[in-house]
Design a binder for this molecule. Structure first.
Ligand code: ADP
Length: 169
């Protein structure tokens, strides 16, 4: 049983689209990994109909960026988060909060997940203020309009954006 295996340990799932991973996500991952015994960054594979990067590409970029963090694992999942978390024996869902605008949907999700799975807690972390304005959506828009996104994303993500789409015009 996953619960027994992880008895007394803090195992967290950090779910999201990560399309693509940003320095904001990375800051949350690094803060979360310091607070927990084990952190699974979990790419949700069934939401967006037209992602920029495939799930495999997103996993590869996250794996490469977090390679030096020994208690961070990277995985993908589809279906209900609570079902996936149960298979990983997780007792914490980690989410990041940027501005107050994130609060409403995050609250709704946290309360729904609690109803579906009362044993877990959703834990919210705030990224450093230098990352608080960064979102995957803004990174994609800036890149498409020809802007420089290299200070918003890890180096491998900037490289992959250029390799996949050329320099945006
Ligand atoms: P989703 O696609 O579910 O909105 P994302 O992949 O964009 O999720 O993000 C996953 C989680 O990381 C969410 O909780 C989101 O609020 C959080 N997050 C994303 N960017 C930042 C940031 N710059 N600072 C803090 N939290 C962030």
């Amino acid at each position: 049983m996953a619960d027994l295996q992880n008895a007394g340990r803090l195992v967290a799932i950090y779910p999201g689209s990560f399309d693509p991973l940003t320095n904001g996500h990375l800051d949350i991952i690094s803060r979360g990994s310091r607070l927990t015994d084990s952190l699974v960054v979990a790419v949700l594979s069934n939401t967006q109909k037209q992602p920029l990067f495939s799930v495999a590409e997103r996993l590869e970029m996250i794996r490469e960026t977090t390679a030096q963090m020994p208690n961070v694992a990277v995985d993908s999942f589809s279906g209900l988060l609570v079902d996936y978390a149960a298979t990983r024996g997780a007792n914490i869902v980690l989410r990041g909060i940027r501005a107050i605008s994130d609060y409403e949907t995050e609250l709704q999700m946290a309360l729904l997940n609690r109803r579906l799975w009362p044993e877990t807690e959703t834990v919210f972390l705030m990224a450093g203020e230098e990352f608080s304005f960064i979102s995957s959506r803004m990174v994609k828009e800036i890149f498409k309009l020809g802007g420089d996104v290299s200070s918003f994303v890890p180096a491998i993500v900037a490289e992959r954006l250029r390799a996949k789409f050329g320099s945006a015009e």
